[in-house]
Design a protein around this ligand. Structure first.
Ligand SMILES: Nc1ncnc2c1ncn2[C@@H]1O[C@H](COP(=O)(O)OP(=O)(O)OP(=O)(O)O)[C@@H](O)[C@H]1O
Ligand SMILES: [Mg+2]
Length: 246
């Protein structure tokens, strides 16, 4: 099963990606977490820590400077640009490379087409996409089984979310809106109004997520029972029910 996480900058895409990836793994699934952001931070939200995250990013950036060799096979790509995160999640950094070799499978493909190439049989692939609407635009029909659109109760993020939901609906995958940092009924109401009738998961403003971010840890490691974390764990368990176990 392939899942992509989209939305405006700073809405919580990486937090959602990291938390559901860990929850999938805890539910017994093989998980590949793909960090497709130009500023790859998924490692921190997965719990590998800021240092290991930086090291992995440096390997990826070595492609630009010539310090990292190119990798032609997808398996080699997962090996060279990846690291094992807690609970057995495999984290792979697939951020865009400025000076890419056209056709090269480690740098010349967009993260969206990489989602397409990676074999998801027997595993769950979670793609933490770049901020904005472009990533959803570039998604082809069938590239993702589930598109999670993260939205906060702010006019700017809702503008992106509304357009992302419209585009995602056309891509054929199942669309779920993550209403993030919801403080009250009014917050929820503005999100509902913007995105219309759709499957929605409501995540409260969560102190455990703020603590995780402050300390460079995964929210699920700070408190897996905190309400905002629990909602995401429950979502993962619901989605995992749609996937074939490894
Ligand atoms: N439910 C929540 N409660 C409290 N803080 C949250 C919540 N969700 C996200 N945050 C905080 O919001 C900030 C942005 O989150 P995150 O990095 O996950 O967003 P993003 O969409 O991946 O951002 P970017 O577009 O920069 O990659 C972080 O400091 C994170 O801890
Ligand atoms: Mg992010």
């Amino acid at each position: 099963m392939k899942i992509v996480v989209a939305g405006k900058g700073g809405v919580g895409k990486t937090t959602v990606s990291g938390t559901i990836s860990r929850a999938f793994a805890r539910a017994g699934h093989k998980v590949l977490a793909l960090d497709a952001d130009t500023n790859p931070m998924l490692g921190v939200s997965l719990g590998v820590g800021p240092e290991q995250t930086d090291l992995l990013v440096a390997v990826r950036q070595g492609l630009e400077t010539g310090e990292t060799e190119h990798e032609r096979s997808t398996e080699g790509f997962v090996e060279r640009f990846g690291i094992d995160a807690p609970d057995g999640v495999r984290l792979v950094v697939a951020s865009r490379i400025e000076r890419a070799n056209p056709g090269c499978s480690c740098c010349g493909v967009s993260p969206e087409s990489l989602m397409n190439e990676l074999e998801s049989e027997g595993m769950i692939i979670v793609g933490d996409l770049e901020a904005g609407i472009g990533t959803v635009m570039r998604l082809q029909e069938g590239q993702a089984d589930v598109i999670l659109v993260v939205a906060q109760p702010t006019a700017k993020s809702l503008n992106v979310a509304r357009r992302a939901v419209e585009l995602a609906d056309d891509r054929g995958g199942r669309v779920i809106v993550i209403a993030n940092r919801v403080r009250d009924a009014e917050d929820l109401e503005v999100i509902r109004e913007a995105v219309g009738e759709c499957d929605m998961v409501v995540v409260p403003d969560e102190p455990a997520i703020a603590i995780a971010d402050r300390d460079g840890r995964a929210a699920i490691d700070v408190d897996s029972d905190a309400p905002g974390v629990r909602v995401l764990v429950d979502l993962a368990e619901r989605l995992a029910g749609m996937a074939v176990p490894a």
